[in-house]
Write a protein that binds this ligand. Structure first.
Ligand SMILES: NC(=O)c1ccc[n+]([C@@H]2O[C@H](COP(=O)([O-])OP(=O)(O)OC[C@H]3O[C@@H](n4cnc5c(N)ncnc54)[C@H](O)[C@@H]3O)[C@@H](O)[C@H]2O)c1
Length: 387
């Protein structure tokens, strides 16, 4: 009998029985070539230009289809990355392609709806942020996935960086003493290509603040309560797809969070922050997250989605040093390939849907606080610490 090298250990056992495990050759073939997860991507706009090159190089991924309601985009992406099929609608994608995981990189407003459709069709999901359009919808989506034995994960992938791990471990190891406060910021002058960033359920919180919220909660723990203010600085914009539009979603946000044990943190994000490094943020070498404790402080250098070091100073080393300048394999667009690896090998994943949902809960609470002027208590949580 010939052994197909692409067959996974699980599938191999299902096909030929446990006896196959006695063959060292079978094991070797399987170890060297993991099972590839068949992936379809929906939404072939700006971010897909980062996802597709990364996914096409992953040994855990076989890209089988693209989909976009602008059919030329799906077709062009399929041609460029040699993906066999392309579709103009999710229904056609589900009917016409055989795949296991959907990567959702559509407009933010479409995420909840499309993720539910895909779950009903028994697909695992990697979703760009947010993974649903309200906290309630997020819980519904996660419950749907669990009921069906499926997995869903949402961006961002900031917890995967070695700089994040360094900061989380420094706190866990008590290097900062008793942690008191943290502040983080991320912004630029706003995307110019699509209106959805400025429409209802768009906004700077789910597009930008989400990174810092994931980092600070990942490092300091789940948030118990939130006070926030949100405003609109630029009421009208001109964007490529719709021309002149009214800005409806907040484009300027300040969120103060209580993580418990007296720890307070603050996130500031917006689409009106001049940044010489622009939307891409490449070359940003200033600190963007600062954490202060009784024995030390540390600062993340560069944005949390593209970090380039951590400056740590303590009572024992007052001048401090820069650590982890090398991001190693980390890139922000690695989330979908990381979860494909998890599906293929069963390896556990630092990114969890509960964490993404907690961040969504904070965003919703921040908006509510901004509207009402009240402090909002949160009930959601996630497994913490991550390390
Ligand atoms: N652009 C970036 O640098 C960037 C970086 C990180 C995350 N993101 C996130 O990625 C997502 C997409 O952002 P983008 O900048 O690529 O936007 P985009 O407008 O460039 O692309 C979105 C694409 O989705 C398609 N689309 C919308 N609704 C659809 C539907 N129902 N079915 C199929 N296709 C549909 C649109 O036609 C468009 O081509 C957002 O959640 C955004 O927050 C973007």
């Amino acid at each position: 009998m010939t052994i197909n090298k692409k067959v996974s250990r699980k599938r191999f056992i299902q096909t030929v029985g446990v006896g196959a495990f006695l063959s060292p050759l079978a094991l070797m073939a399987n170890e060297s070539e993991p099972r590839k997860i068949k992936v379809a991507i929906i939404g072939c706009g700006s971010v897909s230009n980062m996802y597709l090159p990364h996914l096409s190089k992953s040994k855990y991924v076989e890209l089988v289809a693209t989909c976009d309601i602008i059919p030329e985009r799906a077709k062009l992406a399929a041609e460029k990355y040699k993906i066999p099929k392309h579709f103009p609608h999710i229904d056609q994608l589900l009917a016409g392609a055989d795949f296991e995981m959907l990567v959702n990189t559509t407009n933010m407003q479409e995420h909840g709806r499309l993720n539910k459709i895909a779950l009903k069709a028994n697909k695992h999901i990697w979703s760009e942020k947010p993974l649903a359009n309200s906290y309630a919808e997020g819980k519904e989506v996660l419950a749907m996935a669990k009921d069906r034995g499926l997995k869903i994960w949402g961006a961002p992938a900031v917890v995967m960086s070695p700089q994040f791990e360094f900061m989380a471990r420094a706190i866990k190891d008590g290097k900062l003493g008793k942690v008191a406060a943290a502040t983080a910021h991320y912004g630029h002058t706003g995307p110019s290509w699509s209106a959805f960033f400025y429409e209802k359920l768009g906004g700077s919180l789910p597009d930008l603040g989400v990174y810092n919220l994931a980092s600070l909660t990942g490092i300091l723990g789940p948030v118990q309560s939130v006070i926030a203010m949100t405003t609109i600085i630029t009421p009208q914009r001109t964007v490529d797809d719709k021309g002149k539009i009214d800005v409806v979603a907040e484009d300027n946000s300040m969120v103060v969070m209580n993580h418990g044990n007296g720890i307070l943190s603050h996130v500031m994000c917006g689409f009106n922050f001049f940044d010489p490094y622009g939307h891409g943020g490449k070359g940003q070498h200033r600190g963007t997250i600062t954490i202060l404790g009784t024995h030390g402080n540390m600062q993340l250098i560069g944005y949390d989605w593209a970090p380039s070091g951590v400056d740590l100073a303590t009572f024992d080393d007052e001048k401090g040093k820069r650590y982890v300048e090398d991001p190693r394999e980390y890139v922000w667009e690695m989330g979908a390939s990381t979860v494909a690896e998890s599906l293929s090998t069963g390896k556990s994943c630092l990114i969890t849907p509960e964490h993404a949902l907690h961040v969504l809960d904070i965003i919703e609470a921040a908006r509510k606080s901004g509207e009402t002027g009240q402090r909002i208590e949160l009930k959601s949580t996630f497994k913490f610490p991550l390390f």
